[in-house]
Design a protein around this ligand. Structure first.
Ligand code: CDP
Length: 233
């Protein structure tokens, strides 16, 4: 099968005119690829977590690229023209925002904050506003507003299920693509792309890896999250 592209954690293969395969690798990276390792089975965990969460979004009427699974680490998805923008929604402050702005770790955002970043590791994913996105022909203001609305609806679905698990969704990142004039949620939704903590502040997501915890502890957390998700979803 023809490989169309390969990123840090996924490979994309051509399936037919309307579909591609997304194969989740076992690699884990941080710092725009500066740090990289292999965690055996991580690709399966992220593929399964993403599939389950995409199905929940679809159930709530949010269009995603998810079609089905080819095998345990390979997703069949709609072929999208991807927009190279990372859209982040934050319920609680952590990560880049507390470095960038005078905002304290753990501060709550009511309503949540949505931010756009250019997907560009060499430039460390710079923050974008509507003007930048229009000039760079990434999306117009109308599309950006629509994306913000979708982010809020996705947040409702994700926050609800994660709260049922006894956990808190701090923030998450989505990527969008276009097909037949529609904006569709693409990429993945896993512990690589969201921050989840328990009520005591224990970290369950990729921040464990970013902070240098042992790889087996990172994996155990991804396993625990998927188990708990399966038990409530
Ligand atoms: O991860 P970092 O502190 O650099 O960035 P952030 O803007 O605080 O990240 C917000 C959310 O987006 C977190 O859940 C990250 O895991 C996720 N993210 C991502 O999935 N991919 C990136 N390249 C950057 C952030």
């Amino acid at each position: 099968m023809e490989k169309i592209s390969e990123g840090k954690t996924k490979e994309v293969f051509s399936l037919d005119n309307e579909h591609v395969l997304l194969r989740f690798k076992d690699s884990v990276t941080a710092g725009d690829g500066a740090k990289a390792d292999i965690i055996d089975g991580k690709g399966i965990l992220n593929a399964q977590t993403s599939a389950l969460l995409f199905r929940l979004l679809e159930r709530d009427g949010i269009e995603t690229h998810y079609v089905g699974m080819k095998d345990e680490r390979t997703m069949i998805v709609k072929r999208l023209a991807m927009i190279p923008v990372e859209v982040v929604l934050r319920n609680y402050a952590t990560g880049s925002i507390v470095k960038r702005l005078p905002i304290k770790e753990g501060e709550a955002f009511n309503p949540p904050i949505v931010e756009f970043f250019l997907k560009d590791d060499a430039r460390h994913d710079p923050l974008l506003n509507y003007h930048h996105m229009r000039h760079l022909k990434l999306m117009n203001e109308e599309e950006a507003r629509l994306v913000e609305e979708v982010m809020v609806r996705v947040n409702q679905t994700l926050s609800k299920v994660i709260s049922k698990m006894g956990l808190i969704l701090y923030d998450f990142k989505l990527e969008f693509g276009r097909v037949n004039g529609r904006l569709v949620v693409g990429d993945e939704i896993s512990l690589d792309s969201m921050r989840v903590r328990d009520p005591t502040g224990r970290i369950l997501d990729k921040d464990l890896y970013r902070k240098g915890y042992p790889l087996d502890q990172v994996k155990a957390s991804y396993v625990e999250f998927l188990d708990r998700l399966r038990s409530v979803a």
